[in-house]
Structures are given as structure tokens and as C-alpha cells.
Design a protein around this ligand. Structure first.
Ligand SMILES: N=c1c2ncn([C@@H]3O[C@H](COP(=O)(O)OP(=O)(O)OP(=O)(O)O)[C@@H](O)[C@H]3O)c2ncn1[C@@H]1O[C@H](COP(=O)(O)O)[C@@H](O)[C@H]1O
Length: 109
């Protein structure tokens, strides 16, 4: 999504440090508004619901592992982003927030 598109959706422009917040805000917006042309919204309306997202997480985790085993760093980066995106969709489905993930990580410092 371009910055212009994010802004027009009511999501603030994100600097690199705020990208997870911006992505999570967009996911929550898709969950609330369910636009027809949105893959994210389709995950919230899919008949398999949460299981669809859990399957995706399994697939993406496998792809992350295969990319790492192949030392394919471009693919590792790409598949990791797919995994993190689907993890944030799962957080939204479960009523968790990206701040909960941040808090958990910070508690381990
Ligand atoms: N970050 C993502 C994002 N990451 C992954 N995906 C989708 O997740 C799906 C992944 O499925 P697959 O692994 O099967 O990938 P594939 O490309 O179809 O197939 P492979 O070649 O990987 O096997 C693809 O449809 C991707 O487009 C994402 N879809 C949306 N977003 C972001 O979510 C926000 C809302 O976007 P909409 O969903 O368009 O509303 C925007 O900020 C988007 O950038």
C-alpha cells in the first residue's frame, strides 16, 4: 500500500519504526469495515475463519525455514514479512493488539 493510500484510509504515514503500528491499524480497519476488494477483510469473512489464518501461518513458517536452509536472504525477508502480517491478523482476530507483542518483547529486556 502506498503512503497516499494509507493516508486516505485514515492511517497516518508511517516511518520505519512505526510500520508495524501502521500495518496493524490497517488490519483493524479492514476487520471493522470489511471492504470487498481486501485480502485482509476476506480472512475475517472466510468460512474457515481463524483456521485459514492458522494454515497460512504454518505455510509461511515452513517457507521461512526453507529460505533459511537455502541461504536465500531475499526469500527469507519476503516470507518473514508474510508470516508477521498473518501473525498480526491472528492478533486482531483474538482481540490482542500489536502493543501486547511489544510489551511481551520489552518485558524480556
Ligand atoms: N502485508 C500484507 C500482506 N502480506 C501478505 N499478504 C497476502 O498474503 C497472501 C499470502 O498467500 P501465499 O503465501 O499463498 O502467497 P501467494 O503470493 O499467493 O503465493 P506464493 O507464491 O507465496 O505461494 C497473499 O495474497 C499476499 O498478498 C498480505 N496482504 C496484505 N498486506 C497488507 O495488509 C494491508 C491491507 O491490505 P488489503 O488486504 O489489500 O486490504 C496493507 O497494508 C497490505 O500491504
Amino acid at each position: 500500500m502506498s503512503d497516499d493510500a494509507a493516508a486516505s484510509d485514515g492511517v497516518d504515514d508511517a516511518d520505519s519504526e512505526a510500520v508495524l503500528d501502521s500495518l496493524f491499524a490497517t488490519i483493524k480497519q479492514r476487520q471493522d469495515e470489511l471492504p470487498e476488494d481486501s485480502y485482509t477483510a476476506s480472512l475475517f469473512t472466510h468460512e474457515k475463519g481463524e483456521n485459514e489464518v492458522l494454515e497460512k501461518l504454518g505455510e509461511e513458517a515452513t517457507e521461512v525455514i526453507l529460505a533459511a536452509k537455502d541461504d536465500d536472504l531475499d526469500d527469507l525477508q519476503y516470507e518473514s514479512a508474510d508470516f508477521v502480517y498473518h501473525l498480526l491478523v491472528l492478533f486482531a482476530m483474538k482481540g490482542l493488539d500489536v502493543d501486547d507483542l511489544r510489551d511481551e518483547l520489552e518485558s524480556r529486556f
